[in-house]
Design a protein around this ligand. Structure first.
Ligand SMILES: Nc1ncnc2c1ncn2[C@@H]1O[C@H](COP(=O)(O)OS(=O)(=O)O)[C@@H](OP(=O)(O)O)[C@H]1O
Ligand SMILES: Nc1ncnc2c1ncn2[C@@H]1O[C@H](COP(=O)(O)OP(=O)(O)O)[C@@H](O)[C@H]1O
Length: 181
């Protein structure tokens, strides 16, 4: 399958569509794996602190642990001939650099889903209640991501697209739009 070699890292604000789109892309590829940040965090039985939780230093250590685990899994899958699709919130350039470092020398395709704040809020409201994530930091997070990433990766506005259209475009275009290594 042309265009989907290496690791695909899909990020975006809560409700942007990461989970839906990584699932659909993975379903369309012949050898694929979906690595969800939420699911990997759920491997922790006791002692979990989420990314914005307290104490903040433990939260930061667990975000780093999550990213190490995601990269380890992604490397194993790529080396076995699969295309891994990572669904994770990457809020800063330093965290993207951490992925680049741990995934090196493998190719990384970095996609930022950017349907906009209102669409993220709306998509969050319409999704499965078990998946819903009530979040009030959209304005600050959007500004942070623009400042941190500039035009690194593929900033993909999916506000006018269905999930299927989004997945089809990622398969067709990610290789030339999203390469960061
Ligand atoms: N820094 C920061 N700022 C704002 N929101 C954040 C941040 N880190 C994680 N999240 C959101 O928290 C939800 C749970 O994330 P997880 O810790 O499971 O990991 S991951 O971000 O999905 O990799 C998950 O919500 P959804 O995107 O709706 O799945 C993340 O996007
Ligand atoms: N173009 C699109 N891409 C992704 N999701 C979409 C799109 N249009 C509508 N949706 C809906 O928006 C919601 C996105 O939720 P989800 O994939 O869990 O987001 P995230 O993982 O980024 O928090 C889902 O209910 C999905 O069906």
């Amino acid at each position: 399958m042309p265009g989907m070699h290496g690791v695909v890292l899909v990020t975006g604000m809560p409700g942007a569509g990461k989970s839906t789109v990584t699932r659909l892309v993975a379903e369309r590829l012949p050898r694929s794996a979906r690595l969800g940040g939420d699911e990997v965090n759920q491997l922790i039985v006791n002692g979990f602190v989420w990314a914005l939780g307290e104490p903040a230093d433990e939260a930061a250590r667990q975000v780093e642990l999550l990213h190490r685990n995601l990269c380890a899994l992604a490397n194993n899958f790529v080396d076995a001939g699969f295309t891994p699709l990572i669904d994770a919130m990457i809020p800063s350039r330093a965290k993207l650099d951490f992925f680049l470092d741990l995934l090196s020398p493998r190719q990384l395709l970095f996609i930022v889903l950017t349907p906009g704040i209102e669409v993220c809020r709306h998509r969050n409201e319409i999704r499965d209640p078990a998946e819903r994530f009530d979040f009030d930091g959209y304005d600050a997070l959007e500004a942070d991501m623009h400042r941190e990433f500039g035009d690194t990766g593929w900033w993909f506005d999916t506000s006018a697209l269905t999930p299927t259209q989004t997945a089809d475009r990622i398969i067709a275009e990610a290789h030339h739009r999203a390469r960061v290594s």
